[in-house]
Design a protein around this ligand. Structure first.
Ligand SMILES: *Cc1c(COP(=O)(O)O)cnc(C)c1O
Length: 413
């Protein structure tokens, strides 16, 4: 293979497109037809959302599952289970999707970011450093198919009496010490948006262990009608409409039949990248914490800047020129978003109210900067990443690894 880089006019490493595939080739169409033949698409009357929830209960080993409209809704519902309210602080990590924090803000509570280590996960000590008298919950994000270190985080949770809500949107099939992500804390919050391991277009599930919390969460997701619990269909308390339809339930049932195969394939594909890249000096590939099983929803690599003659951004340009589907890791950062910089939550409100909940009625004011999370900042500046899809081919992975080797070797200091 030529060692001249594509960015300098040499031949591209990857000359064929990454594999593509229609992911809905199981029982989706059959189940959708059956759902329509029911004559109702309402979850309370049809059988498909119930069936998907039963499959989720089997998948998680948790007896109670609440279906909902999205992963963001699922996390919001997890926070309802945790009992957060206005003015509370909720500790989480900044390297995540906005869906992790929307429910916190919606409840008038405040996200407080803790730093993460090289696994992109916080230690229990990093979380503990952010605990104050106002802290009411911890949202753990199992990122990229890699689990959080749940042994130490659950020990902290118990010691400090703080409930843990798990964001499992990116980590179907992921385990820590053999236990599924989403089955450690009080609520495991899953997403089936169209970019996740499995898709219903949009959708989500909350897996719960506690029956009383199940009633609370189920009611919050269905206008507080108490529908499944013998209630009067007279709204007794506040709730939203986060209901899943039978169409999503039917697709979810078909997708859940395939989830183990999909996540095993993600693992296999990700592992193909590893041996080729392990030996490049100054480059580290993202690895799960010890005891973690990685279902590679994406993966990332981090450079030691002094080991290369060019910037990370230049490396990424060169990798893309080779035909590789690689981008910078920069986007995994809520802190730089307008929401956390300007803190204008509801711009249509007057000055006194538009910054709520970042500005609290009691005078507390929350501001966000990278100085608060220096290791996260370092990782943002030195990383590049790639999404993995179940329909990628083995050759896609081998060519990607070869392209990374070619570029990083050429720019070695
Ligand atoms: C996708 C995602 C969410 C939100 O899921 P939606 O279904 O898009 O609302 C939350 N957290 C993380 C880490 C995600 O990747």
């Amino acid at each position: 293979m030529s060692t001249q880089l594509a960015i300098d006019g040499g031949p591209k490493t990857k000359t064929t497109p990454y594999g593509s595939h229609n992911r809905f080739q199981g029982n989706e169409l059959d189940y959708l037809r059956q759902a329509l033949e029911q004559g109702t698409l309402f979850y309370g009357h049809g059988s498909w959302v119930k069936r998907a929830c039963q499959m989720m209960a089997d998948y998680t080993g948790r007896p109670y599952v609440v279906p909902c409209t999205s992963g963001s809704a699922a996390i919001h519902l997890g926070l309802i289970a945790a009992g957060i309210g206005p003015g509370d602080e909720v500790i989480t990590t900044p390297n995540t999707d906005s869906g992790t924090v929307l429910g916190i803000i919606e409840e008038g509570a405040v996200p407080v970011f803790c730093d993460c280590g090289d696994h992109l996960q916080p230690t229990a000590a990093a979380i503990e450093a952010k605990i104050t008298a106002r802290t009411r919950a911890i949202v753990v994000v199992h990122l990229a198919g890699c689990p959080a270190p749940m042994n130490e985080i659950m020990a902290l949770s118990q010691a400090r009496n703080l409930p843990v809500v798990e964001d499992v949107a990116q980590s179907w099939g992921t385990t820590f010490q053999g236990q599924r992500a989403g089955t450690f804390g009080i609520a495991g919050c899953f997403s089936t948006n169209d970019f996740k391991h499995i898709s219903t277009g949009d959708g989500g599930f909350v897996a719960l262990a506690d029956e009383a919390l199940y009633r609370r969460v189920s009611n919050y997701a269905d206008k507080h009608y108490d529908r499944l619990f013998g209630g009067a269909l007279m709204q007794a308390h506040h709730g939203l409409n986060y209901r899943m339809t039978e169409l999503q339930g039917a697709v979810a049932a078909a997708q859940l039949e395939q989830v183990d195969g999909v996540t095993a394939r993600h693992h296999q594909l990700g592992e193909l990248l590893r041996p080729e890249i392990g030996a490049i000096p100054g480059l580290r590939m993202l690895a799960p914490v010890p005891g973690g099983y990685n279902t590679y929803w994406w993966t990332a690599w981090f450079i030691e800047p002094q080991s290369f003659r060019v910037t990370r951004d230049r490396l990424v340009e060169a990798l893309r020129a080779e035909g590789l589907a690689i981008g910078t890791y920069q986007r995994y950062d809520l802190i730089r978003s307008g929401l956390f910089q300007q803190r204008v939550v509801r711009p249509w409100l007057d000055d006194a109210r538009r910054h709520y909940p970042f500005d609290q009625p009691d005078g507390r004011s929350y501001h966000y900067s990278h100085d608060q999370v220096p290791n996260h900042k370092r990782l943002l500046d030195t990383g590049f990443m790639m999404s993995i899809k179940a329909w990628h081919t083995d050759a896609d992975m081998c060519e990607t690894a070869a392209g990374i080797r070619k570029v990083l070797t050429a720019f070695q200091a």
